[in-house]
Design a protein around this ligand. Structure first.
Ligand SMILES: Nc1ncnc2c1ncn2[C@@H]1O[C@H](COP(=O)(O)OP(=O)(O)OP(=O)(O)O)[C@@H](O)[C@H]1O
Length: 251
């Protein structure tokens, strides 16, 4: 495998008596296109929260760029190149698309707004923000308020915000959740166009998206890794079909 950017070694999480994640070993290398799938309650979001520092593991360690970040705060992990989107969107609904993206980009370029330099004025930040919006085909709605956009486009703005943090690793938690099927192709197209140098881990129930996007798939069941392999291996694995894919196809 290529150089490891993000690694979990024997990671686990208990909530009281409930074991939400147990002994997870996982690696994400440069340029990875990796999907994490599994039934509801399998521990996928818990695992992402452990990787990003929202939760502290009760077992094991997390490494970012070879450094042990198990005890490192979430914001510091973002600074070190780990960005994510959430299952439920967290946008500023009353602000425009450009204003939402301006915020992380200004942080990244060291141009965070101050009393003397109000937000929205720096040309370099606006240019960089517009480049991101173009990458996600959002340039035409840059001036629109989030609340005026169809839900699929709102989800793309979340991806633009995460990219605005200039990540080396991007974790996408169900980017197509809640998006009507008539719009879901725009999410699929956007994730397919993400810059190759960014390693991507996606949690998604839409198997069409997963199998088109991923070159590697991990199946989580009951907080444990149930199977890992290429899309072909996973699709052809009868145990995976029994516990998840059959169910996903019908659900
Ligand atoms: N903060 C918490 N406190 C207690 N239990 C939790 C907490 N977060 C998650 N859990 C439990 O941990 C288990 C794993 O949940 P998690 O949300 O990680 O699953 P998931 O695979 O992401 O599910 P889904 O596909 O439905 O989003 C579930 O039984 C859930 O109820």
């Amino acid at each position: 495998m290529s150089e490891t950017l993000l690694e979990a070694r024997g990671v686990g999480k208990r909530f009281g008596a409930l074991v939400a994640a147990s002994d997870i070993n996982f690696r994400l290398g440069i340029g990875a296109r990796h999907a994490l799938i599994g039934p509801n309650g399998a521990g996928k979001t818990t695992f992402i929260n452990l990787l990003t520092g929202v939760l502290t593991p009760t077992q094991g360690q997390v490494f970012l760029n070879g450094d042990d970040v198990t005890a490192v705060a979430q914001a510091e992990r973002v600074k070190r190149g780990l960005a994510r989107t959430f299952q439920i969107n967290r946008l500023f609904r009353g602000l425009s698309v450009l204003e939402n993206v301006y915020i992380p980009v200004s942080e990244q370029l060291g141009a965070a707004p101050t009393m003397f330099k109000p937000a929205g004025r720096r040309k370099d930040v606006i240019d960089a923000s517009m480049n991101l919006l173009e990458m996600l085909h959002l340039q035409d709605v840059a001036a629109r308020k989030i609340s005026e956009l169809p839900y699929g486009r709102q989800r793309l703005v979340e991806i633009a915000i995460a990219l605005g943090l200039a990540p080396k690793v991007l974790l996408l938690d169900e980017p197509a959740a809640g998006v009507p099927s008539s719009e879901s192709h725009i999410i699929l197209d956007a994730v397919a166009r993400l810059p190759k140098e960014i390693a991507v881990l996606i949690i998604e129930h839409d198997m069409d998206l997963v199998f088109r996007f991923a070159d590697r798939i991990t199946v989580l069941v009951g907080g444990k890794i149930f199977a890992e392999g290429t899309p072909k291996e996973i699709a052809g694995n009868p145990d995976v079909r029994a516990v998840y894919l059959g169910q996903a196809a019908h659900g």
